[in-house]
Design a protein around this ligand. Structure first.
Ligand SMILES: Cc1cc2nc3c(=O)[nH]c(=O)nc-3n(C[C@H](O)[C@H](O)[C@H](O)COP(=O)(O)O)c2cc1C
Length: 171
């Protein structure tokens, strides 16, 4: 597991190749099996492969969406805020699980933040909901941009691990 965690880097350039359906299903399984508060399982996913729609999603915020430009697939992480008072945590854990599964499958991904992000038309989450017909009571923490890597990112190694962040017994 630590090797997967070390090799995962944010990938923002992808090859043209589409992802096989089975691969997308494997990624989703990781998100669907992620732990959630009180086991409420409030997180849902919208899989988008249509290029025009992916570009529309990228444009929901002013900057930081470039990873979506060449993505073969975008997975929108949506969570029913009425079902969970900790929907941000539930969504984030599901997205992180999927990012590790994506790495394990030899693919790349980047987290594109949507919550608390804006463009000139306003709130990014609102625009994502409108584009994809997601109900208003769903929060959108992020969209994962996914595809075959076309970016050479150095994997992390032991030197990247800052052990000074860890405190034992007391801070
Ligand atoms: C909460 C969160 C929000 C992020 N938002 C974006 C984003 O909007 N666009 C982007 O390209 N990367 C985004 N990232 C990716 C980070 O920039 C990246 O994880 C960080 O620079 C460390 O690089 P690494 O993922 O290669 O380890 C986000 C990551 C997290 C955890």
């Amino acid at each position: 597991m630590l090797e997967i965690i070390k090799s995962r880097r944010s990938i923002r350039k992808f090859k043209e190749e589409k992802l096989p359906k089975e691969i997308i299903v494997e990624i989703l399984k990781a998100g669907l099996l992620a732990p959630t508060s009180k086991n409420k399982k409030p997180v849902e996913f919208v899989v988008v492969e249509d290029k025009e729609t992916i570009v529309k999603l990228k444009e929901c915020k002013n900057k930081g969406g470039d990873g979506l430009t060449t993505a073969a697939c975008a997975i929108v992480v949506a969570c029913d805020c009425d079902k969970s008072d900790v929907w941000v945590e539930d969504s984030s854990i599901a997205a992180s699980y999927m990012q590790l599964q994506i790495e394990e499958l030899g693919l790349g991904s980047v987290w594109i933040q949507m919550r608390k992000r804006f463009n000139d038309n306003g709130d990014a989450e609102n625009q994502v909901r409108n584009i994809l017909n997601i109900p208003d009571c769903y929060g959108i923490v992020c969209i994962l941009a996914i595809g075959y890597k076309n970016d050479d990112m150095r994997p992390y190694d032991e030197n990247d691990i800052d052990v000074s962040k860890v405190h034992y017994e007391k801070y």
